[in-house]
Design a binder for this molecule. Structure first.
Ligand SMILES: *Cc1c(COP(=O)(O)O)cnc(C)c1O
Length: 396
């Protein structure tokens, strides 16, 4: 299949299946090959040199590029409407490479308050070692953000929805303000996925994904992705090829296979999470539910504008804090695990999942209550999920 069409007109449901996969593969295989070779041989030295210099398509060495990984990069770039993409060994490798490739001593970063635990650790512990100033800001408050912007800002880092309290950041407004001083805007789009949200189309410069979550979808491969224009991606790619946090071909294949059902899965995740939110919000043992698709959520209006669906992750507070472990261990169809974005429903207190790397003081500083339970709602039938939550809540 070699068709010349503009991908811009193609819908996401088709892109997840075909993007990066319309060329012919070796042996006329219909599926992309997992190319395990680390080195590539050239009888013609001139051709080798041309590939090495980037004048001709091809591969030299596995730490730089790999054919299987390249198909994944093409797929995610098309899904995010990005010029280019590059892949990493994990989501955190994507986050740290993006930051370290773009920041210099003396720079100042503004970061939205409750970012993923590992990400917040980079801001709290590692970047300050290189004389980079970090301002944690409640970026849901535009006035507070504008005040922060009065001092210098080289890079604005956002997650939306945030993990685990599902705060919504106004990507368009924040990007507009940040761009006025020429600062780079980075958005972690892991929770939304390109099915629900495309930050580049709202003014972000760089989009990051932990491919380990919804993109892979089956909890069996780690990976990270960065998307953006050629110039921005090239800079991050160059840092990655030197420090070596490249994605291996086998997990790249697993992630490629996972993405093929992403649109179908997200449809179900979106639907199930909204129904579970509505049910939990009426339960007398629950004191609060956080989900951006819930009309009570403070970010609901912005979420409705910038998202096509609200995702599979929600969080809630149980009134009786001491009953958390009884509740979680009573669930029959939910893994108690530090993960999200899988086929199965997954629950866990934030202090042992997304923010296990942080101290109680750091969690409090980041606005994460100790009795918060995060739930990544799976693709099971919603009646069974609700019934399971009901019997577990009745046990406490
Ligand atoms: C999990 C996660 C990451 C880190 O990804 P890994 O693949 O685990 O390294 C980054 N950001 C968000 C929002 C995540 O949920």
């Amino acid at each position: 299949m070699k068709k010349d069409f503009t991908w811009k007109k193609i819908k996401s449901e088709t892109k997840v299946v075909w993007a990066g996969e319309t060329k012919s593969f070796p042996y006329n295989a219909t599926q992309p090959p997992t190319v395990n070779s680390v080195a590539y041989t050239y009888k013609n030295i001139d051709e080798w040199m041309a590939v090495a210099k980037g004048e001709k398509d091809g591969h030299i060495y596995g730490r730089n590029t790999n054919p299987t990984v390249q198909i994944l990069e093409e797929k995610i770039a098309l899904l995010e409407d990005a010029e280019s993409a590059t892949a990493f060994s994990s989501g955190m490798a994507a986050v740290s490479n993006t930051l370290f490739a773009n920041l210099n001593p003396g720079d100042r970063v503004i970061v939205g308050k409750d970012t993923y635990g590992g990400t917040s650790k980079i801001f709290l512990e590692f970047l300050p070692q290189f004389d980079i100033d970090i301002a944690f800001c409640d970026t849901t408050d535009i006035n507070a953000f504008e005040k922060e912007m009065n001092s210098k800002c080289n890079l604005l880092y956002l997650e939306t929805p945030t993990n685990p309290t599902l705060k919504i950041q106004d990507i368009k407004t924040l990007s507009n303000i940040a761009k006025q001083t020429g600062s780079l805007v980075v958005v972690d789009n892991t929770l939304a996925t390109p099915i629900n949200q495309n930050p580049l189309m709202m003014g972000a410069d760089i989009v990051i994904h932990s491919a380990t979550k919804f993109l892979c979808g089956h909890s069996d491969a780690l990976g990270g992705l960065v998307c953006g224009d050629k110039k921005n991606v090239e800079k991050i790619y160059h840092f990655r090829e030197i420090n070596g946090s490249c994605l291996d071909p086998s997990p790249a294949y697993m992630i490629l296979r996972g993405i093929k059902t992403l649109a179908l899965r997200m449809e179900r995740h979106n639907e199930n999470a909204l129904k579970l939110t509505e049910w939990l919000s009426k339960h007398n043992k629950i004191s609060a539910v956080f989900y951006p698709g819930f009309s009570d959520h403070p970010g609901y209006d912005i979420a409705k504008e910038q998202m096509r669906g609200f995702g599979g992750v929600l969080s809630f507070l149980i009134k009786d804090e001491l009953s958390i472990s009884k509740f979680i261990s009573s669930l029959q169809f939910a893994h108690a695990a530090a993960h999200l974005g899988s086929l199965e429903t997954i629950v866990g207190p934030s202090k042992t999942t997304s923010h296990v790397e942080n101290t109680p003081e750091e969690r409090s500083q980041l606005g994460i209550p100790e009795n918060l339970i995060r739930c990544s709602v799976g693709i099971e039938h919603i009646d069974d999920i609700i019934q399971d939550f009901d019997q577990a809540l009745n046990k406490i």
